[in-house]
Design a protein around this ligand. Structure first.
Ligand code: F3S
Length: 292
């Protein structure tokens, strides 16, 4: 059985940066260290961080001194204000691409134009961007939610993980109404590249394994894209979930991973796939030449 890993898979720049910042803080600082929400959507990594003394909070009020790390999704200004009032030290690990979307949202709000935020209303990144519009932003998941716009000019920003086509459709929907659009494409390339690589991979293999947190939006999206090609797809968080029967009669298997999946977990899954293949197919097992 051949295993091919997608040429873009696993940690993106912003997630790796947040994790590096957290680990550096943990090794340099003796006081308590917290993250506001899980630092990344990967349970194994969150468990490892807890072992290193980095605890997860759901609210700033739970912090007892020490440092609170703002994760790559970012937060609204109300969190920064509250930390100042409570004299809590913050370590801001907001991804620079998310920070750019927040800055645009703030600038457009200051200009007085309605800001449309394209994204998942329940996602913390979208909630953070919304905060920078003083709560006046309008969150939409697609162009279908737009009705007649009264304002002659609107602003548009997008959650960094949005598909480009969804963003383009929204901008066009405003233009068709004759509304002037200050359109800021804040979609991150890392997401698009991973999606494209996963989609291409799924078309040339018998089965795809997608590794990443079950609550990770970008991992779920990768799995959905692979499924849509018609290739059997399995979304797992760790190597223990792999099942021998998935690979019966398979000649080529694809492996990809969400932006919050560390290389070590991808490697472990690859190793376990090789073991299962040995158990199923013996001598004709995995062809190392095909590993990427
Ligand atoms: Fe940042 Fe893009 Fe990752 S916005 S957190 S580099 S997916």
């Amino acid at each position: 059985m051949q295993v091919k890993v997608a040429n873009k898979a696993g940690f993106c720049y912003g997630v790796k940066r947040a994790l590096d910042l957290a680990l550096t803080e943990a090794s340099n600082n003796a006081g308590p260290i917290y993250t506001l929400g899980p630092l990344i959507h990967n349970p194994q990594v969150v468990r490892d961080l807890a072992l290193q003394g980095i605890q997860e909070l759901s609210d700033l009020d739970q912090a007892e001194g020490g440092t609170v790390i703002i994760r790559s999704h970012g937060v609204g200004p109300e969190v920064l204000e509250k930390s100042e009032q409570k004299k809590i030290k913050l370590l801001d690990a907001t991804c620079p691409f998310v920070a750019r979307a927040q800055k645009y949202a703030r600038e457009m709000t200051e200009e007085g134009i309605p800001v449309y935020i394209l994204g998942d209303p329940g996602h913390p990144e979208v909630q953070g961007i919304l905060g920078w519009t003083k709560g006046k932003g309008i969150v939409v998941e697609s162009a279908d939610e737009i009705s007649r716009v009264e304002h002659p000019r609107v602003g548009v920003v997008a959650q960094t993980t949005q598909p480009l086509t969804n963003y383009q459709r929204l901008v066009e929907a405003f233009q068709k109404q004759g509304v002037e659009v200050d359109a800021r494409n804040t979609i991150c390339h890392a997401t698009g590249e991973r999606q494209q690589a996963a989609w291409e991979l799924a078309q040339e293999v018998d089965v795809v394994v997608v590794v990443g947190g079950k609550t990770s939006a970008n991992t779920k999206k990768l799995a959905k894209l692979c499924e849509e090609t018609g290739t059997p797809t399995y979304h797992i968080e760790s190597a223990e979930e792999l099942r021998q029967e998935w690979f019966r009669d398979c000649r080529k298997v694809g492996l990809t991973a969400g932006a919050s999946t560390p290389d070590a977990i991808i490697e472990e899954v690859k190793r376990r796939m090789s073991e299962l293949d040995q158990m199923t197919n013996g001598d004709e097992a995995m062809d190392p030449a095909m590993e990427v």
